[in-house]
Ligand binder design. Sequence first.
Ligand code: FMN
Length: 393
Amino acid sequence: MIFRFLTSGESHGKCLNAIIEGVPAGVNIDIDFINSELAKRQKGYGRGGRMNIEKDTAEILSGVRFGYSTGAPIAIVIKNKDWENWKVPMSVTAVEQSCENIKLINEKTIKNVRPGHADYAGALKYNHDDIRNILERSSARETAVRVAVGAVAKLILKEFNISSVSYVSQIGNVGANEVNNPFEYSDIIENSELRCLDKTAEDKMKDEIDRAKNDGDTLGGLVKVVYRGLPVGLGSHVQWDRKLDAQIAQAVMSIPAVKSVEIGLGKNCASTSGFNTHDEIFIDESGYYYRKTNNAGGIEGGMTNGEDVVITAAMKAIPTMLKPLNSVAVDKKESVKAHFERSDTCAVSACAVVADAMCAVVLANAMLEKFSHDSIFEMKNSYDFYVKRISER
Ligand SMILES: Cc1cc2nc3c(=O)[nH]c(=O)nc-3n(C[C@H](O)[C@H](O)[C@H](O)COP(=O)(O)O)c2cc1C
């Protein structure tokens, strides 16, 4: 991996952090763009109250000078605006055992694990009685800083006119109409409360979310991410861990609550015959290769084939339930109702933004692996040379 990153930070800790390694020198690191990506993740009908108190903004601490990357690691921090209220229960240092502090800590101590979360396995594995020690890091709050990292990856991709669109195609049982070119719907998607390009379906999805909320229930759904403008030949067929579809699947599957990732036809390929699966190749009058279909979703043999890369991911229903599920208290071996803490009813629209960011990371890395990459100048020269060479084939 050339574009690498690690994150740290807890849901109610002081801040979230990321260190990114591998950004070429000379990329315009547009902080307004990064913050606009963060704002997209925070939107969404069905999100919990937290979105009203936290307007995420990223701060860059290193690796950038006068707006341009230097080639050094880039450190990004997003401060948690609610930190003041959590300073004692989330203190990094030991706190004075005053009555007030003990009360504050006890109020935030969790004993009852939530099915569907990291709580149960995490508490046993890491030997914790207070489940908060697991919840704080397994929370999808961490995806905020991944979106900031993804925005940096997108800034690299933008240098090569590579663009993306991400949207919600299903919530619960309500599906949206499929379209041939989702890029034409970008404005509708960005103005939609659910990142949905089909207004009629969106209204039904909102009704579904209201119904779930009233019942103390939660919902999942499907997200789609489409990347356009990628050159032929990113990734490789020669080794299992270099296959681009496999890398995308891992990156998107790492998003909390994502349970399947598909490229192109995805699981429908199992029931589709060869004639109806494989995208035939034609040559136009100018000698350019083209296809009439894109069932492969832009990747064949672990490599981009020049078509749009089309990814679909399924997000399960949110596991923190207002009407709690049966569970256990692992410290006392007692049957209890699961813990409830402020939570989303549905976060599929946010998941679409995170999935877009994770795809950006994989694709930016694939571009860096393909082309000489110490500086963006060098990378563009290498890219131009390659594009010219393959256009002559
Ligand atoms: C953007 C986003 C927001 C989420 N919000 C919540 C939430 O408010 N409450 C919750 O219980 N789970 C939420 N989740 C899902 C959990 O974080 C996730 O299900 C949990 O960490 C267990 O991981 P797993 O589902 O991958 O096994 C969210 C996921 C994403 C991607």
